[in-house]
Design a protein around this ligand. Sequence first.
Ligand code: C2O
Ligand code: CU
Length: 467
Amino acid sequence: MQRREFLGLTGAAVLMPLLPVPLRADAGPDRLIMAGEADVALMGADKPKTAAWVYGGQSPGPVLRIPRNKQVHVRVENKLPEATSVHWHGIRIENAMDGVSGFTQAPIAPGESFDYRFTAPDAGTYWYHSHHRSWEQVGRGLYGALIVDEDKPVSVDHDLLFIADDWRLGDDGKLAGGFGEIHDAAHGGRMGNWLTVNGDTKPTYRVRPGARVRLRCISAANARIMAFAFPELSPMVAAVDGQPLETPKPLGDALLLAPAQRADLIIDIPVAPGKKIDVMEVSLEPAIGAATIIIEGEPVRDTPLAAPLVLPPNPLSTHALDLAGAMHQDLLMEGGMMGGMRGATYKGQMFDMRTLVLKKGQAWSLNGVAGRADTPLARVPKGRTLTVNIINDTRWPHAMHLHGHHFKVIERNGQSVAGAPWRDTELLDLGEKVRIAFVADNPGKWLFHCHMLEHHMAGMGTWIEVV
Ligand code: C2O
Ligand code: CU
């Protein structure tokens, strides 16, 4: 039924082409971001609007474009009816600025503001989003793109954003269904029935023949794992989760994006003026149109560029994992429907599964504990390498996100993996075992949680302390 809704509603939409959202030049240090309420035209310009929660009057919020390695000062003002906080996802940030309410900062009460001052050491594509009751606040629209510029501009003809989300909307355009429902939380999370890209239904990108496009793809979905295909084009993956690949690689069939994951695609547009190409979301059958690319205007060049664009390496790339001297930690994921979890400890007390789900709103555990424990999963001396062996003993996929660091997968299902990219969010399929490794060089308390936001709400979150 979910699926029928997802397809049906989208298929019925009148498609209103709009210009792509260009990255704004007016961004820079000392930005004000106002969190508040607004009606947004998610379904298209002539369709009913959606009462959403927004940054700067829009969802996604304004593109926050900042220089690398320079401190920026962003003031967040809370005009929402409830408290909030903002997390700068993927930035190796100072702990006090990480934006986790009730953990790294007090929530920003309605009518109050918070000054975030931080430096982004690595260029790339990141995003910012609420980290206070995020399953509802992100679900209502509180997120935006955070772009950290390379020191020298990267040579592309179009630098474009593709921030995808699935909303659960009624025919009247209103947000439908509740937030934080335990039923969603114990299954795959809250799935939407309406796909938006850049806060719009099937927007149009206008690109020049022969142009080189950098498409910054971000998933802002609460829980859905999306997959985007680019028929007739041959995108190269140049970066994932903000971090450049040493050697860009062809995308293949589709771009799989788990919640919170990003990818920078480099697409060399054919010299085919007048051609229209539909970007398709292909995770469900039949596929649905996500966006349209129209090739028009004067050709930029006679033949598209052939040599792949290699993004300049970030400081992170010099991190050397010291596996010989590493600390090791196991992380057992349990719970959810159709799993074998019998019970777990919650707030220091043991409960059976039924009580956990029905009385405590918890459905998942990490190492037998539901919800954030008082003690960290691991306490690591600064500079030490930590490996975490994540065992997904559930019937559901999970997208594990580590705050303040990027990691590499070094082992999958017992096989060692060489040359994995640096990531901040890794998708584990059901039953998978993945060992990640990272240099714990950023002091503080860092959340480590499933980015399927209802899973995090219902227990799937722990933390790591770097001392
Ligand atoms: Cu993108 Cu803990 O978050
Ligand atoms: Cu999960």
